[in-house]
Write a protein that binds this ligand. Sequence first.
Ligand code: SF4
Ligand code: SF4
Length: 93
Amino acid sequence: MASKIEEKLYLTRFQAAEQSHLTVIDHDICLTKCEEKWCTHFCPTDVYRWEGTRMHVGYEGCVECGSCRIGCPYGNIHWVYPEGGKGVVYRLA
Ligand code: SF4
Ligand code: SF4
């Protein structure tokens, strides 16, 4: 049985939607107010990557844990489920 998150991620498949279901609402807030870039810490699959002046969102790897709905201290991430049938698919093991 898988135990570590890295092992569990091997048990997932992704069917990426064409449009991101995750949106950084205001990139200036990330740049000027959020020194810690918290989303790069709390996302378990490293969806958020700081690229110097802008937050890159690799939505294709999102496991839909929902952390960024509540984790961004500025409420700066708009989160919805991916469009029907897309996104992560879990297999039990
Ligand atoms: S936690 Fe929120 S405000 Fe901070 S960098 Fe991430 S999206 Fe921007
Ligand atoms: S829902 Fe979870 S996995 Fe997806 S981007 Fe947010 S923190 Fe990362």
